[in-house]
Design a protein around this ligand. Sequence first.
Ligand code: RP5
Length: 349
Amino acid sequence: MRRLRLNQDWIGRIRLALTIVGLPYAVCKPETRLSSSSPLSIIHSPSAADWVHNPYTNTLRMTSSTVAPPPHLKSRCQPYPGSQIKRFPVPDDKVDWSMVWPQYLPVQHTDPNVASRPTWADPDLGSKAFSPRFNRVDGPVDRTSFLGDYELLQNRPLNPRGRTGLAGRGLLGRWGPNHAADPIVTRWKVDATGQKVSHPASRRPVLQFISIKRKDCGEWAVPGGMVDPGETVTLTLQREFSEEALNSLALPAAERAQTHQRITQLFTAPGLQVYRGYVDDPRNTDNAWMETVAVNFHDETGNSVSELPLQAGDDAGQVTWVDLDSAFPLYASHSHFLETVAKERGAHW
Ligand code: RP5
């Protein structure tokens, strides 16, 4: 409960700050409160023996689903991001599709930008020459879900985590799963003499991660992004990190090549895959939702990526090293990923 109060204090402060600076849209407010039985906590903190190397994605991943999935809370936030649209209110006990609810009347919304058919978005269902193969890898677009096969209702994919109060695609480009990748780059916090800094309360060493402030909502987040059609997750992780945290697209060619070489070293070492699954993203709808693979790349000695000059680029308004701490509010399910990183590395949380 103490942690919940802390979180809400932070959210209040951030919302106040956003109001002052007038960001495009305020932090999305979950409709429901976290309860003390929230599945946000780690069921089992894995030991080194629980990790196996996956040669295809070059990640170490957990052998079993030891981490509880994130709760479906932000996916019901009001108003819908980037709009004044109010979702049809969905109480906790009606989230699951198995609960019969004839009165359910979700608001239909697809953002005009998505409807205008940018290259990253699907056409509308029913459009000529658009026959998506749901639950399949559909040409260069992966329409499979980490949660298994999803259902279709009237030819529309159904969010496997349940109702959101909004039908259509909202701000998301793909019908069904929208796949992302989240690079969590960490180092130990050290003092002026190079000694690890421990947190006074937990007495555990403090980890820091590279965080960006998203331009769209002003929330702090992991510098993740969408997997482009045909792209491997490994490549997305490095590309998104370079674009958002190092502003690689704006660097002069020589500097860009140097930066690329340095971060390739970090990203080619196997990372720890800390999460793979559904993301409780405020943009989720009944028919389109976020899924991700979150991988931790750790600079143990602090002399690799730690020395790179951070510069916000692309979707990021700011970039900085942030201490891992449960009280720091983050976008979507990102706190959940960081909690796993902290537990796995024996760090403060
Ligand atoms: C989140 O949205 C994912 O975890 C990832 O961080 C992010 C991808 O969306 P964009 O940053 O590309 O908008 O759900």
